[in-house]
Design a protein around this ligand. Structure first.
Ligand code: 2NL
Length: 340
């Protein structure tokens, strides 16, 4: 019996050495300690032994059982420890790796150029005023000296909400509202969306953006208008920018002028953007028509004013070499991402 026990113990220890994972250890437990295992079989032999030997045999077999059990537990602990080590090693995070970048938005090109223009006029002491996009005919046309039969009042050109309410066709009504509300001196710009009944193509959009400016004070002259416009264009396009004031016509200014500036794309050499001219039309302006001042309760004998208007879309397209206005309104991120 002693020999048998020794044999089983050494067999169990050898098998244990070879067992590399929990599955092999469970098999081993069944093989030696299970219902049909070799240690259990030994127990059954006790019944056949002489009564005085039974106690001793039982003790030896129990001893054997606990030795094997302990060895198995010990091996299990070792395997679990090394599995845990492997898992921790494989799950180890390298905190020095760079993080994932978050997708960032960017300013719309119209906003970028508006900010640039706005900041130039803020530095010159202008205020910024905004007003409604749905406007009275009175403020959009009548008080700007645009007569009832004027072509811009045509249903073909203007979006009518009702007989006397329109979508503003320029931001001038904001200036009318300011003159009605405030006494001179006035130095203001008014940016915003304006509307014209146009079909969409590369150069037309029924909604676009305008910035207008107005100065009203005592002793304001055409020289002040030219000086202000020249300063602005030199700041916006660069110190070497040349300008040309050509006679123009607007019902709300007298005299009126259209202003050309050195083409910023070719620096005056001539290119497709300026059609070879080296100069490009950038804004319209003039001395506020005394009729308009009077209508707003400002005495033209005491005060004078100048005003100007520019198309933000046009200036933005020239600045970035964009050849289709639709790109500014379609919000295609492949286009917008280029302005980061
Ligand atoms: C252009 C020309 C212009 C004005 C806008 C204005 C406003 C008032 C009184 C007098 Cl309240 N004038 N605005 C004056 C001259 C030209 O815009 O070509 N814009 C795109």
């Amino acid at each position: 019996m002693k020999e048998k026990i020794k044999g089983i113990l050494s067999e169990a220890m050898q098998t244990l050495q070879a067992a590399g994972d929990t599955q092999a250890l469970n098999d081993l437990r069944v093989r030696f300690l299970g219902k049909k295992g070799s240690v259990t079989a030994l127990m059954k032999e006790i019944g056949a032994a002489a009564p005085e030997e039974r106690a001793e045999m039982g003790k030896m077999i129990n001893d054997l059982r606990s030795k094997i059990e302990e060895a198995i537990e010990d091996a299990l602990r070792k395997i679990k420890n090394s599995e845990k080590k492997d898992r921790l090693a494989s799950e180890r995070a390298d905190v020095t790796l760079p993080g994932h970048k978050l997708p960032l938005g960017s300013l719309h090109p119209l906003t970028i150029v508006y900010h640039e223009i706005r900041d130039i006029f803020l530095r010159m002491g202008f205020d910024v005023h905004e007003g409604p996009e749905v406007e009275c005919d009175l403020y959009n046309f009548e008080m700007l000296n645009i007569p009832k039969n004027h072509p811009s009042r045509d249903m073909q050109d203007t979006f009518y909400i009702s007989d006397d309410v329109v979508l503003r066709t320029h931001t001038s009504p904001v200036q009318i509202r300011t003159m009605l509300r405030e006494k001179p001196p006035i130095r203001m710009i008014c940016p915003g969306r304006v509307y014209r009944c146009d079909d969409v193509d590369a150069t037309h959009s029924p909604v676009f953006n305008q910035i207008e400016g107005l100065v009203v004070d005592k002793h304001v002259t055409l020289a002040n208008l030219k000086g202000t416009i020249n300063s602005f264009l030199k700041e916006f396009y660069g110190e070497n920018t040349k300008t040309k004031f050509r006679p123009g016509y607007f019902p709300f200014t007298e005299p009126s002028a259209e202003v050309d500036a050195t083409c910023s794309l070719c620096g005056g050499e001539g290119c497709p953007a300026c059609k070879g001219a080296g100069m490009i039309e950038v804004l319209g302006c003039g001395m506020v028509n005394p009729v308009v001042l009077t209508g707003c309760g400002i005495d033209p004998e005491e005060y004078a004013g100048f005003a100007f208007g520019l198309g933000l879309d046009r200036l933005t397209n020239i600045k970035y070499g964009i050849t289709d206005i639709r790109l500014l309104y379609e919000n295609d991120v492949r286009f917008l991402n280029q302005f980061k």
